[in-house]
Design a protein around this ligand. Sequence first.
Ligand code: NAD
Ligand code: LMR
Length: 329
Amino acid sequence: MTRTPVNVTVTGAAGQIGYALLFRIASGHLLGPDVPVRLRLLEIPQAVKAAEGTAMELDDCAFPLLSGIDITDDAKTAFDGVNVALLVGARPRTKGMERGDLLEANGGIFKPQGEAINAGAADDVRVLVVGNPANTNALIAQQHAPDVPAERFTAMTRLDHNRALSQLAKKLGVSVTDIKKLTIWGNHSATQYPDLFRAEVNGQVAAEAVNDQAWLENEFIPTVAKRGAAIIEARGASSAASAANAAIDHVYDWVNGTAEGDWVSMAIPSDGSYGVPEGLISSFPVTVTDGEYSIVQGLEIDEFSRARIDASVAELVEERDAVKALGLI
Ligand code: NAD
Ligand code: LMR
C-alpha cells in the first residue's frame, strides 16, 4: 500500500543539528521504516544555499522513503500542511548578550514561526522545539498559535534524559536497557532535575541501587545538568549528533508510543500536575498511547526532589515573565 508522505519541517536545516538530523529523518528513523516523508527545510536567506547543498546530499542517498525536499526562507511556506515541525534554528547567545537579549532575539524567530504554524499546519501537527532556550521558545511559538491545541507544542529534554541514562548505567555497570522510569523535571538548563528516586534499575529504586548520596548530588546531577556546557568546552561547538538523536527519540515515541512499564521525559505544557503552574512548558515523566501523551500521575515526591523541581520551575516562571515583559507573549 502506498502511504501519503508525512510533511516534516526542519528549521535551521543548514546548521549542525540539521545536518545530523535530516539523514535520519529521511531514512525512516523519525516515524518508522514504512512511513514516507516529505522534507521542508526552513533557513534564513544567507543559509539557503547551504541547505541546498544538504538537499543535494539527501538526493544522493536515494532514500526510498524520501518523497521530496522543499527549501525556503519563508515560514508560511515551510509550515504549510506540516505534520511534524522540528524547530531547531535559533539565535545562539553571543558575547556580551544578556539573557533578556537572548530571549528577545529568539522571540523574533519563534513568534512568526508560531503564527505560520497557526496559519497553515495540518490538523494533527506535532511541534518539537530544540532551539534554546527551548522551553520558553516553545511557549512563545505556542502563544502565537491559538488555533492549534496547546499540547501539540513540546520542547526537548530527551537529550538530558539520555545523558542521565548513560551516566547511571556507567556508575552501576548495567546496560541502559536495565534502567526504567527515569525523569528529567523542569527546564532544559543547568537547573533541570534528573530524578533517580523514581527511576528503577532491574526493578530496584535507582537511588537505592546507587546508595551514594554524595555521588548523586555532587556528580550525577551536575554532570547531567551541565553536560551541554561540557560538550561545548570539549568540541568547541554544542552537541549536534546527540541532540539530533534525542529529537528523533522524542518524536518517534510521541508518534509510536512508549514501552509498557516505562516512561520518557518530555517538556510539555503543564496541566498543574506536581505543583508546576499550568501552562508552563516543563519537563515531566510521560507515557504515550495512540499518539497522545499523558503525565504519569501519583508519584510521591520526596523533599530533596521537591526543592530541585521547584528551583527549575521557578526559572521557567522567570523566563515566562521576562518574555511577557518584552511583549513576546
Ligand atoms: P547552528 O548555529 O549550527 O544552526 C542553527 C541554524 O539555524 C543556522 O543554520 C541558522 O542559519 C538557522 N536559523 C537561525 N535563525 C533562523 C530562522 N529564523 N529560521 C530558520 N533558521 C534559522 O546551531 P545548532 O548547533 O544546529 O543548534 C541549534 C539550536 O539547538 C541552538 O539553539 C542550540 O542551543 C540548541 N540545542 C538544544 C539542545 C536541547 O537539548 N534542547 C541540544 C543541543 C542544541
Ligand atoms: C545541550 O544541552 O547540549 C545544549 O542545549 C547546549 C547549548 O547551549 O546549546
